[in-house]
Design a protein around this ligand. Structure first.
Ligand code: CO
Length: 223
């Protein structure tokens, strides 16, 4: 129980420190949030969004899953994305992967880990898409690093394929989407330079036009 209680003790310490810095800290935050960023990151315990960007509670809306995936049928991801883009109206969506990602590593291999293997399948598709480049990298560590980067790039592209992002671009030219990779070894973030806004040239097959508007149901007596 000592380990467990250490979290609750830690919380009290944190509240004390916060109130010393700003007595109104919690009053202000409790009034609402208006974050400018949505973070899509890995569940890895070593990559906490606020801490590594030196930001505060209220600054970043966060979604995390194994290997920072944007899976277009994932209701959790889609709900977070829709809320962040259409209600909070964030200005930037950032997919942040990290070198040394266990999910990406597992996807490079053939070992079974259980249920998660089904999630890793999406990452294997990224490998297949880039297999020429990845197979040409003989050094396994370098191939792993590049796979992490390519996985982030593909997730950024997957964001641009969603109706949520494309409709937002048509309506207000925002948000911008970006791809980053965090280094566990240095603590530094690398911007992969794959930022897209409404001027993005999407592959034709993924473009959506004319926002879907549900038709008004016909009144019963008119039928
Ligand atoms: Co990871």
């Amino acid at each position: 129980m000592k380990l467990y209680n250490s979290l609750l003790e830690g919380n009290k310490e944190w509240v004390k420190k916060r109130l010393q810095q700003d007595p109104e800290f919690f009053d202000k935050l409790s009034r609402g949030q208006s974050p400018q960023f949505l973070w899509i990151g890995c569940s890895d315990s070593r990559v906490p969004a606020n801490e590594i960007t030196n930001t505060q509670p209220g600054d970043i809306f966060v979604h995390r899953n194994i290997a920072n995936m944007v899976v277009h049928s994932d209701m959790n991801l889609l709900s977070v994305l829709d809320y962040a883009v259409n209600i909070l109206k964030v200005k930037h969506v950032i997919v942040c992967g990290h070198y040394g990602c266990g999910g990406v590593k597992a996807a490079m291999q053939n070992e079974q880990y259980g249920l998660v293997d089904n999630w890793l399948r999406f990452i294997k598709d990224v490998y297949r898409t880039h297999s020429d480049e990845l197979n040409s990298i003989k050094d396994e560590e370098k191939r792993f690093d590049r796979f992490v980067e390519l996985n982030v790039i593909e997730q950024v592209l997957d964001l641009t394929k969603t109706t949520i992002i494309q409709n937002a671009w048509q309506e207000r030219n925002e948000p911008k989407v970006h791809g980053w990779v965090y280094s566990l070894k240095t603590g530094l973030i690398k911007d992969l330079g794959v930022s897209f806004d409404s001027s993005a040239k999407l592959e034709p097959i993924f473009r959506v036009e004319n926002k879907y508007v549900p038709v008004t149901p016909v009144e019963a007596e008119e039928v």
